[in-house]
Each structure stands twice: as C-alpha cells, then as structure tokens.
Design a protein around this ligand. Sequence first.
Ligand code: COA
Length: 259
Amino acid sequence: MAYENLIVEKRGAVAIVTVNRPDKLNALNIKTRGEILAAFDELAQDDEIRVVVITGAGDKAFIAGADINEFAGRTALEQREIMRGRGAFDSVEDFPKPVIAMINGYALGGGCELAMACDIRIASTKARLGQPEIKLGIIPGGGGTQRLPRLIGEGKAMELILTGDMITAEEAERLGLVNRAVSPEDLETKTMDIANRIAEMSPVALRMAKQAVKNASRTDLRAGLEAELDLFALCFASEDKEEGVRAFMEKRKPEFKGK
Ligand code: COA
C-alpha cells in the first residue's frame, strides 16, 4: 500500500517503517496515525517480515509528538472520539512480531509514547526524550502515564510528566527508558544488527516470548507465571521447536520457518 506520511521499506526479514513529515518533525497527525495502524496491520500478515523497526525521517526527530495544530479548537468530545477504539499505539504494542524503535532525534509526547509501545528502544545520543504535554496544559494521552512508570518507576516518571523536561539519550539509558544509547553514526547499524539477530529466531517463539513478557505488566505474578507455562508449552506444538532442538544436537544453525 502507498502511504502519504510513511515509508515502508523491506530489508530481508526486517521492515523499516519511517514516519515521513520531517518539516513538522514527524509530528503525528490523524492521517499519520491511521497510516501507522494500516501499515502494521499489513506487516502482521506478511510472513516474510519477522521484525519491524520504526523511525523518523530526517536527522532531527524521531517523532516530536502529536500534531499540536490539530488540537486548536478541538472539543473534549471530539478528542475522545478520535482516540477511542484501536489506535496506532495499540497496533504497535499488540503487534505479533518484535518492534524496535530506532530513535534518531526528538521523541516527545506521542513520540515517546510510541517508542514505549515498542519492544526495544535504541536511541542516538542526539535524541532527546520527554513528555512535554504539561506545558500545553494537557497530559500524556497515548499511554505515557502508564508505560513510563512501568519502565522507569513512579518517582522519575512523575518528575518527567510534571515538569515536561526533556532528557538526553544517555540519561534515558541510565533510567531504562531506552535499551541503548549509541552514536548517531552507529544508530542504524546497531539497530539493524539487533533486528537481524532477532529475525533469525523462531517467529512462533518470538510471539510467545513477547506475549509472556507483556503479561508481566498486565497481570499479577501468579497469573503471569501460569500464562508463561502455557505459552512455553505451546511452543512445543511448533515445528520450529523440533528444528531448534535438532539443530543444537546436530551442531548446525537452525532454520526456523514460523510453523
Ligand atoms: N506538532 C506540530 N508541529 C510541530 C510539532 C508538533 N508536535 N513539533 C514541531 N513542529 C513543527 C514546528 O511548528 C515547525 O513548523 P514550521 O516550520 O511550519 O513553523 C517545525 O516542526 C520545526 O520545529 P521547530 O519548533 O521550529 O524546531 P526547533 O528545533 O526550534 O524545536 C522542538 C524543536 C521539538 C523543541 C519543538 O519543535 C517543540 O517543542 N515541539 C513540540 C513538542 C511537543 O510539545 N510535543 C508534544 C505534543 S502533545
């Protein structure tokens, strides 16, 4: 499918989704959100794709948040209607394959929230992250108040959300908001290295692993452990498990087929 504000590129088993509004620092307007939802739905069905990387066009921004221009004059009821139902962030969080945020610059507001909905975050040392909504007289509405405390703890999340301060990629790494901060020159190589290594794993096991880990923040420990056991056992229904075990015993590289 052709998109107005997205570029979808396939490199082997990895798809790279680039939000492409660099003159607006890749701010998420309604159109772009809809396109992210559609692109992820399409990639979910594409058996050749095993991992998705999402990034922003240009050298300045990952995503500088929701498109603020669309907020002017909008009523509470209109805003609620726009945000109801399944949105772009849900399509990323619930995507059946791993999603990596390649944070090449500003990841603010909805940009930080989209990155948090991803499974792994790699940031350039040029990136700045934050939830500046408070400065506009609003609060994060794309999961920021829930995902940020789960990633970095309530105290620090509260500080970032109440001050609207931006932090550097290095500080984000220290806090656990990003997995790794790397130099801008290394960002793509390091991200693709992780993406390609993950893409070699069994798609079935990746899906089970993602679901099991997500349960950690969605359920209590007991329910999470029970679900883990079921998902673990379910992997034994796959051909990939037999291939993985046999390859180990035969001292060769496994060839996972996602079956
Ligand atoms: N929504 C709409 N447009 C945005 C935007 C957003 N979230 N963020 C940046 N832009 C636009 C600017 O309006 C500007 O457009 P223009 O050239 O037509 O005037 C363009 O992108 C470049 O941004 P600019 O502000 O000139 O760049 P900067 O380097 O001076 O500042 C930021 C960069 C990120 C600090 C600043 O753009 C900013 O604070 N953006 C808003 C961040 C935010 O509050 N996000 C949460 C929204 S809920």
